[in-house]
Design a protein around this ligand. Sequence first.
Ligand code: GYE
Length: 341
Amino acid sequence: MARKMWMRGTVAALSATALLALGACSSEQAPAAEGEETTSDDGGETEEAGDELISIGFSQVGAESGWRAANTKSIQDTLTADNGFDLSFSDAQQKQENQIQAIRSYIAQGVDVISFSPVVETGWGPVLEEAKAADIPVILTDRAVDTEDDTLYESFIGSDFVLEGEMAGEWAVEQYDGEGYQMVELQGTTGSAPAIDRKEGFADAIAGSDIEVIDSQTGNFTRTEGKQVMEGFLQKYDEIDLVFAHNDDMGLGAIEAIEAAGMTPGEDIKIITIDAVKDGMQALADGKINYIVECNPLLGPDLAEVAQKVVAGEEVEKRIVVEDKTFDQEAAVEALPSREY
Ligand code: GYE
């Protein structure tokens, strides 16, 4: 927490710092920045220092969830010309091949920094090697890649998804162990870090309890697919007591399916989700979801700071872990009025 606060504070001063740091960079930097307007309110910089923006290519996973919308907004609101950046942003529509294509085009453009949130964990070796060969630093945000070679990226900024799954599972055990609950799981996108890790963390936490996972399928992190998969579960099983959804959106889809089947979500069937975006928090406050583990999507400020340091040749941490909270109904009611996303 203290460290998050420190980072946020630092980013407020980013514009000035970025310009200062860039003063020390070579003029070959930031080819895409030529002719860009730079606004600087620090007044004391040399003319050259104010001329260049850090060009950054960002490949986003898609627009699958409320979390993703908040994450995109954070990145676009932070990596602005005012803060010293020239951002190229692309949406991969949850397809790895689109991300690889976007990264290749950023390499061809010769951007200063590439950042992306990998839709799945595996299959990144070749394109990361290409970025390395072109001397373009890569910063991972939100999701990890599965590689032994951590020289292929500068830093990975994001939550600990195993821990999120564990926190969700621990609460389930605390509340429901001893009841003989039958649980279904709505998994995130197959092969993605949050789906793999949240599943693992949750399973570890409920091991030894009498909560039985009777089925587990992917709903691809979307509300529509979460609803469809839940409809299938409700047809297939006579008794479902608990749903663990890897994100709020799939949990919200499950709520629709449960209500359509004439049952009361949060009572007849308990629901635990991850993310804590506004719609999820509202459902928790309304008693339709029982518990939410937060996943903070506001990664823009940390990304801006790390990108600025990398371009300035400063050391950065390989792993920056974003801390998450948990919410029950009471906590959601309290947090909602000031919730940013
Ligand atoms: O939980 C989900 C989104 O990678 C942490 O992706 C992110 C996950 C998030 O679609 O809502």
